[in-house]
Design a protein around this ligand. Sequence first.
Ligand SMILES: [Zn+2]
Length: 458
Amino acid sequence: MKTAACAIIVSFLFLSGAQAQSTNDADNSAIEHVFNNARIIAGDGSVVEQGSLLVRDDIILAVGPAASMDIPATAVRHDLTGKTIIPALVNTHAHLGWEAYGDWGSQFFTATNLTDHLYRHAYYGVGTIISTGSDKEDVANAVKLEQLRGNIAGARYHLSPGMGSPGGGPNPRFTDDPDYWGVHSVADPEQAVRTVRELATSGVGIAKIWIDARDERRGAQVKLAPETYRAVLDTAEKYDIRIIAHATTLADHKTLASYGNRRFIHMPYDMAVDDEYLELVRENNIYIVPTLGMITKSELWYIPAFQDPYFADQVPASVLATLNENYNPPATNRSAAAEQRSAMLANNLLKLKDHIILGTDAGAVGDFFGYADHVELALFVRMGMTPAEAIVAATSRAAAAFGLNEVGSLRAGKAADFVILDANPLDDINNTRQISDVYLRGERVDREALRARWTLSN
Ligand SMILES: [Zn+2]
C-alpha cells in the first residue's frame, strides 16, 4: 500500500452542493448565459462557425448563429472568439472506485474515492461515465443518489452491475480481495434469468456480462456458456436493461451479435473482422468500445502517463515516482508478428469506425480517469479515423448506445454539458487537451481548485 496515495483519498472530502455549484459568474440560476463567437462542434457531425450557445440553468436553450436566436437582454455574455465548444465527452467503459493512484484495492472503494473519480473525469471534460461491472453496488448507489439530489457534481455517474461465470468477471489485479469479487455469478440459464430479474427490480438500466474466462484467481477458467448469455440477453430485453458484453474474439462477437447483443466492450482482437461480422454489426446497429489504450502499451510510440505533462500536472510527485518505478518500457525490437497484429487491429477499427464509441478501461490497469479519454481519442485518429469521426464516437454515438438522450450533443433541450477548447480539435485531435473551461449541468467546473487539491503531496 502506498501511503501517499492513501493520504490523498482520506483527505478528499465530499464537496457540498453549494461548493459544487460555485462558479466564477454571478451564481443566479434564473439568468441565461450566452457563449458567443465560438466554433461549435455539436457532437452529431455538424459544425457551426461563429456560433452562439444559449443556456439556462442546466439546459441548452438554443445553438446556432446568434442572429437566429432570441437572446434575453439580461443574459450573461461570454465572448469565445477563437475558441471551440464540443459536448462533454461520454465514456462508456471505466472501473471507478478501486484506484488510489499508484495502488488498487477493495479498501479504496469508498464513496469519497468514487466521488473523486467523478471529479477527475469532469476535470478532463468527461461529462458522463459508465462504470462497467465492478462497482460495489451499495456504495455506488449511495453516490448516485447523492448526485441526483445535487450534492455531488462531477461526471454523471452510471453504474452497470456485472454478471459472469462463477468466479469470473473483473480482472483480479484491481479487485483483489479475498472477501469480495464484485460480480453476480450466473452459472446457468435459470440463474441468469433470476439475476437479471433481480437487477431489474432494483432499477438497473445498464448491465455488463463477461464472456471470457476471467477467473485467474479462482482458477476455474470457465467461459460464460452461450445458452447462459442468451438467457441474460433475452431477459434483459424484456426489462429494458441495456447489456454491454466483454468479449475479445471474433467468434464470440458473432455468437453474441446473433443472439441480439448490441454493445461490446473490446473489439475482436484475435483476427481480422470478416464480411459476415460486418454485416451483423451493420444490420443490428451494434456499438463497439475498442478500448485501444490498453492494447497499445507495447507500442514504441506509447507515452506512459507519468511522462506526459497533461497527466503529471494533476497528481503529486509521489504518484509519478511510483508509476516511474513500476514502468516496463516496450521492447525496442518489435517482432514481425507484433507489427502484423497492430496493423490488423487498426484495420479492424477502420472497418468498424461508424460503430465505434469511447471507453477507456480507466481504473483497471493503469489508465487514468479523464486523461485516458484524450489518449483514446488520439489513438482513434492515429489508427485512421478523422478527428470529426473520433469526436462523434466520443459524444453523440456513445450516448445513443445507452439511450442517454440528454447528453452527447449540443442541441436545444439537451443538458448544458460542454467543453470550451482554446484550439480546434478538427485540425488536430490533440487539441481536445487544450481545455479552457468545462461546464456540466450549466455550472463551470472549478478545475484550478481540483488540481490544487490533487497535487498536494503530503
Ligand atoms: Zn474493463
